[in-house]
Design a protein around this ligand. Structure first.
Ligand SMILES: Nc1ncnc2c1ncn2[C@@H]1O[C@H](COP(=O)(O)OP(=O)(O)OP(=O)(O)O)[C@@H](O)[C@H]1O
Length: 739
């Protein structure tokens, strides 16, 4: 049997299956080969949601696949496409189109290639057959260590990179701007010729010839301006899309513990990128190209009218000095204004988010007062800026008119001397009008550039926050990840906190552990859960999951294994279904099972659209208890190995709470780990072990009944701990405790 036949004799025929299923099979196979084991069903759903790759156009196919990977939570891939003929072995394995279907190109054997359908069908084909096929390969996104300068200015690097990539187009635009200035010289010379040659002899044919030439130049000038505006517009849109999605990605990657607490201020800082981008791609910027022309015009004027040019030199010098003085003032004002604007945005966000509390306490006036003060500050700075700008503008306009006056007067004397013609005088006044203007505009532009740079600095500050992935580190994605959690010498403190909020030398949560975490408010329960979920990184020590340091695990692998239900469940604008799936593709059945098990379906039956009922921004429209259940449903649908629940039932009635814990218990695998931070007795039915926290330390760890109920009886933690460990039932709970 020849090899080709043997390969083709595989059981299933890919061509017979539906394209979506085949694409899912191929993509799943490829992801498996790249070390990302994902369920076929999940890949199928992700492709359905993002669009099955049509392989029509490279860009569209990349977009679809990128969307699908995003839905699978795989953000650390970059995609690239090419035609089959240009493929190199380093690109393999990859996805390729063949007979209208998706295949994995496994390897190259001489002039042949081996394709895998992902459902067991292998084909060996001559390379020529895939020469025109579209291929897509996935490169792991390694976060390269940026050079020191770029590292300090990531936003600037981002913007410059985007501009650099389009430098050809931008230099063409600059050239177009130069040409429009050259055309201005031509119109100046036209008037000189008309006054000197046409008017004295009424040489109308010369006039029309000149009009013809200038007419063509004007049409050319118009076309240049239109094309310039369009090109700039295109660049602005492209950069906007590219830079803002990158900023959003980087922002999403910022470590939670490193994120500033002032959300509104943060949002305003990021928004600054928009104004920076707008400045760097605005047509005003190209007036800079006119500045050198101010000097060229002076030279042309000197050629036509000799010493008259000194008037413009003087005017340009005065405009320069006045502009620079004004600029220093405006810069100061802009910096102060920007700080106030960021704070005002913070006040706005805080006031809207906390409007219920503010209303209930009648404390709205406090925010209104802060808002008013900041608004006054901003408008005062803006007023002073406007006044300064208006003054420099008026000085520039006066300089222009004064120099015009001076030139006309001097011109008359020069005409009397016979060293200048009337036409020459007209030409130099026309050219002269373009000397002072560009210099004043250029200086104004410097002020705007300063504002843009300030905004960029603010974005830099945000983008420089530490990310989940350390630059240059290749994170791990183990095929098998155990559920055991271990803390070794862990210290963690928020921001500038003088003492660590978590201080645990040694704590192990073995596979199969069911733990209730108790302790007074502020004892560090929620912080510990966030550390266990890898959302916070300890300042010292390590947190290990299945033996792997969380800091070295790929975030998506970690999120798949560990589910954290925070105290406050956040819902987002979209449908209920989208909110329940959030961040991952979940089969409908799984979702329905979770919703049913929690009794959410009965609770939400009042809406005709069921799971597709719309959820408003911030989740308004659902009660706190319903949100809590949605949070639990999210976790259940994801089927994690480690469940970290922070007060999951604080807003539930006893019956619903009981039902929720039973649903969780049914779903928990034997070796899964469950940690519930709660004081509610119902949680105890699930847990055999209790951990007691105080001031960020574990002060008790052992059998649930022995520990918790002794504490209830009023014993001190140390005493309760000692007795709990002595209790026979403690054998159930692994007790590895620090002091
Ligand atoms: N974002 C934060 N920034 C600064 N300090 C914080 C932050 N969150 C919590 N803390 C502090 O960390 C300590 C532990 O807080 P944590 O929320 O972990 O306690 P907790 O035991 O979960 O409390 P509770 O039972 O009230 O939920 C507290 O002293 C708290 O003031």
């Amino acid at each position: 049997m020849d090899r080709n036949h043997a390969l083709n004799a595989a059981p299933a025929s890919a061509a017979a299956a539906a394209p979506a299923a085949v694409a899912a099979a191929a993509l799943q196979r490829l992801l498996g080969l790249l070390g990302h084991g994902v369920e076929r069903e999940a890949v199928h759903h992700a492709l359905q949601a993002a669009g099955t790759p049509s392989f029509g156009q490279g860009r569209e196919t990349l977009r679809q696949l990128d969307g699908a990977l995003g839905k699978l939570g795989l953000f650390n891939f970059e995609l690239a496409s090419a035609r089959g003929r240009t493929l190199e072995p380093r690109h393999l394995p990859l996805l390729i189109e063949h007979e209208g279907m998706s295949w994995v190109l496994l390897e190259q054997r001489g002039e042949h290639v081996v394709l895998d359908s992902g459902v067991g069908e292998l084909r060996e084909l001559p390379r020529a057959e895939i020469a025109d096929a579209l291929a897509v390969w996935l490169r792991p996104r390694t976060v390269a260590a940026a050079p020191a300068d770029d590292d300090a200015q990531p936003a600037r690097a981002l913007l410059w990179n985007a501009l650099r990539q389009r430098r050809r187009l931008l230099s063409e635009i600059a050239l177009a701007s130069l040409l429009t200035s050259v055309l201005a010289v031509a119109t100046g010379l036209f008037s000189q010729q008309v006054y000197d040659r046409v008017v004295p002899s009424f040489a109308l044919s010369t006039l029309w010839a000149l009009v013809g030439i200038v007419g063509v130049l004007l049409v050319f000038d118009f076309a240049l301006r239109v094309v310039r505006a369009r090109m700039l517009d295109r660049i602005a849109c492209e950069i906007d899309e590219e830079v803002s999605s990158e900023v959003f990605r980087v922002l999403g990657d910022v470590r939670l513990d490193a994120r500033p607490r002032a959300v509104g201020t943060l949002a305003a800082q990021v928004g600054g990128l928009e104004s920076t981008r707008a400045f760097f791609t605005s047509s005003v910027l190209f007036t800079l190209a006119e500045i050198p022309f101010a000097l060229i015009f002076i030279v042309v004027i000197a050629c036509i009218a000799g010493p008259v040019a000194w008037i413009y030199v003087a005017a340009a010098a005065v405009a320069l000095v006045v502009g620079l003085l004004a600029q220093a003032r405006v810069r100061r004002l802009t910096a102060q204004q920007q700080v106030s604007m960021h704070h005002r945005n913070g006040v706005l966000v805080e006031a809207i988010a906390g409007s219920e509390t503010l209303k209930a306490l009648g404390a709205g006036w406090r925010f209104a007062e802060r808002w008013r003060a900041l608004t006054h500050d901003i408008s005062e700075h803006a007023r002073r800026q406007r006044a300064t700008n208006a003054l420099t503008g008026s000085i520039a306009a006066s300089l222009s008119s004064t120099s015009y006056l001076g030139v006309v007067v001097c011109g008359v004397y020069l005409i009397q001397d016979g060293s200048l013609t009337v036409g020459g005088l007209t030409a130099i006044t026309m050219l002269g009008s373009r000397v002072v203007g560009p210099i004043a505009a250029g200086i104004h532009l410097l002020t705007q550039a300063h504002a843009a740079t300030l905004a960029l600095k603010a974005v830099n500050a945000v983008l420089s926050l530490p990310a989940e992935r350390d630059p240059g580190v290749q994170l791990l994605r183990p095929q098998q990840l155990g559920a055991e959690l271990r803390l070794e010498g862990v210290r963690f403190g928020y921001g500038e906190a003088p003492v660590p909020q978590i201080d645990i030398d040694n704590l192990t949560l073995a596979e199969g552990d069911r733990v209730v975490l108790v302790g007074p408010p502020g004892s560090g329960k929620s912080t510990l859960l966030r550390l266990l979920a890898g959302l916070y990184r300890p300042s010292a020590g390590r947190v290990l999951l299945g033996g792997y340091d969380l800091a070295l695990l790929e975030p998506d692998a970690l999120r798949r294994a560990v589910a954290l239900l925070p105290q406050e469940v956040q819902m987002f604008r979209g449908s209920l279904r989208e909110n329940l799936c959030l961040g991952s593709v979940v089969e409908d059945q799984r979702l329905l099972d979770a919703v049913h098990a929690l009794g959410l379906d009965a609770m939400l039956a009042d809406h005709p659209r069921g799971l597709d009922r719309p959820i408003a921004e911030g989740g308004s429209g659902l009660s706190v208890g319903q949100r809590q259940l949605c949070g639990v449903a999210r976790a259940m649908a994801r089927r994690p190995r480690v469940w970290l629940l922070d007060e999951p039932s604080s807003a539930l009635d006893p019956a619903t709470e009981q039902r929720m814990y039973q649903a969780i218990e049914r779903q928990l695998g034997e070796r899964d780990v469950l940690v519930i931070a709660t004081h509610r007795p119902a949680a105890a039915s699930l847990c055999r072990r209790a951990i007691l926290m105080q001031r960020g330390r574990v002060v008790g760890d052992g059998d649930r009944d022995a520990l918790v109920y002794r504490l209830r009886a009023g014993q001190r933690p140390a005493q309760a701990q000692a007795q709990a460990q002595a209790a026979p039932a403690a054998a159930d709970g692994v007790a590895t405790v620090n002091s």
